[in-house]
Design a protein. Structure first.
Lengths: 383, 96
């Protein structure tokens, strides 16, 4: 490649968007209390057409995208999913379906396999029918077990994902046992992070520090027991860290999310950040969006940083953490992520967490808010 | 499985790309990459050359010979075997 790579403001070349996340729809049969879709998702119902998506797949592949995730909402709600998977496969993407399993039946999985789908990640809410169905506000536990069996029958390796929070974290042992029973190859035990619907329900969902420590210890015991047969990933809630995550592996670094209505984002929650105009694939080409748009260039590299990040020796390691978390907790998208104990706002976060811990010992004061169209339209917040 | 492997002459072992993994050349990165569920490994040139010969039909010995021929060199066997052991540990390859 002799072409000169485009550069970010700081002179470092901008790499290709290796990961294309196609959020095909915000529609979903589940009503999960921790959903990361925007709270106002029901106000963005004008979905991209099949032809739009086919163009996005081609344009992103042309500039180097190689992993393609189909997610949502529930991507199986789109009846053109097989067409999009087939095109993505033909273009040379590694294709991933990120699904609740609802809508996956013998016929569809056979079509998807035929279309070249490489991988399926299946989500569960809990190890028991009662809690799974409660948390998703649906009767879906048995359907998910059926979907898991179909995935194995069709020769896929299986990644199970279970979002962890205060209401299911103490069942972690049974959740792992369920994954073993379903012959999962990988199990992601991802503690919920607090954006969107999970943020609305934060008081009820943040586990206590003791719960997290216990759950991680149990996970480690199972890791030893299971060896190479099933890999376990445990993700701690950011709120209990003292250094922030390198969010999305860097802003505009490898991830390109296309929202159901065509808005291109460096991550699926970035839309919340004020004063940033994110371009739509309805009006702009993917190359122009990735390399030239203000939205994607705004937090690339380290040139945008303020103190304490600007002079921090660890700034390349975490790139200042998550911009959305900085905005949500410090009301400034360019601030250090308050998860970092070097942030001047860290003490406030600690106080919030302590307050929530104390709260968790009493009966919940507020009911859980289940994600739903009616709730979305009524919500006074976007995220 | 383990017992079965032990009875085989190691020289006859045949590697193939692991289930769920896919090897391909990416022009934008000027590199071979190994793709797997939700991830990617960008391979250096020698790893790419070894893995692209792991076709499920060629035994290790023949892979080594082919590499030595292609790069007009000798004595690659140890490096190739230790790379393949590492690759198997990572599930990048499987032994047939």
């Amino acid at each position: 490649m002799s072409a000169v790579a485009p550069e970010s403001g700081h002179g470092a070349p901008i790499g290709p968007p290796l990961w294309l996340l196609a959020e095909l729809t915000y529609r979903c049969p589940l009503h999960c209390v921790f959903c990361y879709n925007p709270v106002d998702f029901a106000k963005h119902e004008d979905e991209l057409s099949t032809a739009d998506w086919l163009r996005v797949l081609r344009e992103a592949r042309a500039i180097g995208a190689v992993q393609c995730g189909f997610s949502g909402g529930e991507p199986l709600q789109r009846n053109d999913l097989e067409i999009l998977v087939a095109e993505a496969h033909k273009l040379g993407y590694y294709t991933n379906l990120i699904t609740s399993g609802i809508g996956l039946n013998e016929e569809r999985i056979a079509w998807l396999k035929e279309a070249g789908l490489d991988h399926i990640q299946l989500s569960f809410q809990d190890s028991t029918r009662e809690v799974n169905d409660f948390l998703s506000s649906t009767r879906t536990f048995d359907l998910k077990r059926k979907a898991a069996a179909l995935i194995k029958q069709h020769g896929y390796s299986m990644v199970l994902n279970c979002v962890i929070h205060r209401l299911n974290i103490d069942h972690i042992e049974r959740i792992i046992a369920l994954a073993v029973e379903l012959e999962a190859d990988y199990l992601e035990l991802a503690n919920t992070q607090f954006y969107s619907w999970a943020h609305i329900n934060r008081d009820q969902l943040l586990p206590t520090r003791e719960q997290v420590v216990r759950a991680e210890a149990i996970t480690n015991q199972w890791r030893e027991k299971l060896g190479n047969t099933m890999k376990l990933f445990f993700v701690v809630p950011d709120y209990y860290e003292s250094r922030p995550k390198k969010c999305m592996n860097g802003w505009g670094n490898v991830f390109l999310t296309i929202a159901p209505d065509g808005v291109a984002l460096p991550c699926h929650t970035a839309r919340m950040l004020p004063g940033l105009a994110f371009p739509s694939v309805r009006e702009h080409g993917v190359r122009e969006i990735w390399y030239e748009s203000e939205g994607f260039n705004r937090f690339r590299g380290t040139g945008w940083m303020k103190e304490p990040c600007a002079s921090c020796p660890e700034k390349e390691k975490d790139l200042g953490g998550c911009r959305c978390q900085a905005y949500m907790l410090a009301q400034d998208a360019a601030a250090a992520d308050p998860v970092c104990d070097k942030s001047p706002r860290h003490a406030e976060l600690v106080a919030t967490v302590d307050g929530l811990q104390a709260l968790s010992e009493r009966a919940p004061a507020m009911p859980l808010v289940f994600r739903g169209r009616k709730e979305s339209l009524a919500a006074e917040r976007q995220f | 499985m383990q017992a079965k492997l032990e009875t085989l002459d190691t020289h006859e072992r045949v590697p193939r790309i692991g289930r769920g993994f896919r090897l391909q050349w990416e022009p934008v990165q000027s590199a071979h990459v190994l793709l797997y569920p939700e991830g990617m490994v960008k391979l250096n040139a020698s790893a790419g050359e070894i893995l692209k010969r792991c076709d499920g039909a060629t035994p290790v010995e023949a892979i080594v010979a082919d590499l030595e021929r292609a790069f007009q060199t000798t004595g690659l066997e140890r490096d190739v075997r230790s790379f393949l052991d590492l690759a198997a540990e990572q599930r990048w390859i499987e032994w047939k």
